[in-house]
Design a protein around this ligand. Structure first.
Ligand code: SDX
Length: 365
């Protein structure tokens, strides 16, 4: 047994790996895939089928996604009734929203693609209703990332923004047995339905030690930038008061998160394009300080905060974007867990007192 199952191999997968500090999707490194400049849809196809799609495979995949980009009747009305702008956390709304979707679809997911197609609509509806705006319909001609951007912001992204968003979503799409994915697999291992597994995964991702960190990275950078604070003094104070600096550290990567190197490049280019260099410069100063003082590396949530901010998303919605991407990874793992036909049920080490002779005599306590 180890603290938090650190280092414990809890099962087998063919979907992704972090062996040797290199992140691979079905055997391809993220650097290889980034250089191939593939679409988000092509990467999802790779995770689901464990091979890259042919042109006709991809066209068919995208066509079905587009055909499935609609929400059940009454969905928006029910969500509208439930949302109180500014009061509820967006990830709580996504947890309810995904659960509601499953209930309205009688938990009968025709296929993971039918669920994946609805995720940008659910997220866009939550973001728009939170801002007191009418939800939008998907545009069939847009890519998955471009539709997610449009459904959330009401704007069609320009080519550079779509490219950066696509690559950023790809870098978030899967990561072996992270906490939310493992949660999804545990639920799926009982032969429960896709929506129950996804709802559990959303709950896990919401946590600040996991996907919820990106929103807190934003809050940290916003505090420093908007109050013109000294980044090093701010971080030193956080550390001296025993608080974790969000966006740093990782259970698996100790010498660097391979995703962060690519994200840092996009964060810099977007900050320059949107004339918000101060956000990138502040982030880089924090990164250098954390390495010099604690030898702790930034993780996937660190530079993604600057990217999403420069794209115009609100900090409270950043983890929704993580979920938008990771949902495709969760769906891959749920299907793989179903195919393994094995209940995940570990032992536990009892450390409490006994009030009985465990040999069988019951003490009248
Ligand atoms: C994600 O697992 C995945 O794959 C997750 C993810 C994915 O793609 O699914 O990569 C996405 O969740 C990234 C992580 C986002 N979370 C944060 O940024 C929160 C801040 N990070 C820390 O809470 C921590 O680093 C964890 C939770 C991410 C990992 O914790 P570990 O593996 O239990 O501990 P560690 O080896 O990283 O740290 C050892 C020590 C810590 O000891 P404890 O206090 O935890 O007992 O190093 C120090 C600390 O003393 N330390 C930090 C720190 N991270 C580690 N000190 C200050 N700030 C930090 N961020």
């Amino acid at each position: 047994m180890t603290k938090g199952l650190a280092g414990i191999v809890a099962g087998e997968t063919k979907i992704s790996a972090t062996t040797g500090g290199r992140l691979t999707f079905a055997g391809y490194t993220i650097e290889q895939l980034n250089a191939m400049d593939l679409s988000f849809e092509a990467i999802v196809y790779l995770l689901w089928h464990l091979r890259l799609p042919s042109e006709s495979d991809l066209n068919r995949f995208c066509q079905i996604l587009s055909e499935q980009m609609f929400l059940p009747e009454h969905y928006v009305r029910i969500l509208t009734e439930m949302i109180r702008p500014g009061e509820q956390h967006p990830m709580s709304l996504l947890r309810s929203g995904m659960s509601l979707l499953g209930t309205l679809m009688n938990d009968q997911a025709q296929h993971p693609i039918a669920i994946m197609a609805k995720v940008p609509l659910v997220i866009g509806t939550i973001i728009r209703l939170q801002n007191g705006l009418e939800p939008l319909q998907a545009k069939p001609e847009l890519s998955y990332p471009a539709n997610l951007y449009y459904l959330s912001t009401g704007k069609v992204p320009d080519a550079e923004t779509e490219e950066v968003f696509t690559q950023t979503l790809i870098l978030h799409v899967d990561h072996e047995f992270n906490a939310s994915t493992f949660t999804a697999r545990v639920i799926a291992s009982t032969n429960s339905d896709y929506f129950s597994s996804l709802t559990g995964a959303i709950g896990a991702l919401k946590g600040p030690l996991h996907g919820g960190a990106n929103e807190r990275v934003y809050q940290m950078l916003q505090t420093i930038v908007e109050n013109q604070l000294d980044p090093e003094k701010f971080v030193a104070n956080e550390l001296s008061e025993g608080r974790k600096v969000m966006g740093f550290g990782h259970r698996v990567y100790k010498d660097g998160d391979p995703r962060e190197k690519i994200l840092k490049k996009y964060a810099k280019s977007l900050a320059i394009k949107t004339h918000q260099e101060v956000w990138f410069d502040t982030a880089e100063t924090v990164e250098k300080y954390m390495w010099a003082e604690k030898h702790i590396i930034p993780n996937v949530d660190f530079y993604s905060a600057t990217i999403y901010h420069c794209m115009g998303f609100a900090g409270r919605d950043f983890t929704l974007l993580f979920a938008a991407s990771r949902s495709a990874g969760w769906l891959a793992h749920i299907a793989e867990q179903y195919s393994q036909h094995t209940l995940i049920r570990p032992n536990s080490k009892y450390v409490g007192p006994y009030h009985a002779d465990i040999a069988g005599d019951v003490v009248n306590s």
